[in-house]
Write a protein that binds this ligand. Sequence first.
Ligand code: NI
Length: 171
Amino acid sequence: MIRNILTYPDPELKKKSAPVTVINEKTIELVRDMAETMYDAPGVGLAAPQIGVHQRVVVIDVSAKDEPPELIVAINPVIIHADGESYEEEGCLSVPKYAANVRRHARVVVKALNLEGEEITCKADGLLAIAFQHEIDHLDGILFVDHISPLKREIFRRKYRRIREELQERE
Ligand code: NI
């Protein structure tokens, strides 16, 4: 089922998500809905709090449009190693019609559980490394716009007010 994606400044997006303690039918359903919602949007990643579920679950698919989909499901993801620097443009399904460059690590190693409850380790660079950092931030109530400079954030706030008004008018 495609779920409604919460958008900034919804206070639900600021809340910290809790670790998943049991992986059951509900977790499988949550992941299925998250993947469906992400592909429908379309986006390259989605974290559970973006659909109002405060559990540490993320889905990511950074495969190119002409490639077969490659869904990554990460439950309770933790960055266990990070190095290098990147400064790439990011967007977010919860901050529609806005993009900004964000300083991130270029490479990360992420430990997580998959849907079978098995521990997986993911070595990532490029877009996937950025996606992991962006989505894990969501689990801690952090949006990419929280990483930009205070000056840029002020410009964002003003610009975003107009974007929201325009989006609401269209509804
Ligand atoms: Ni996002």
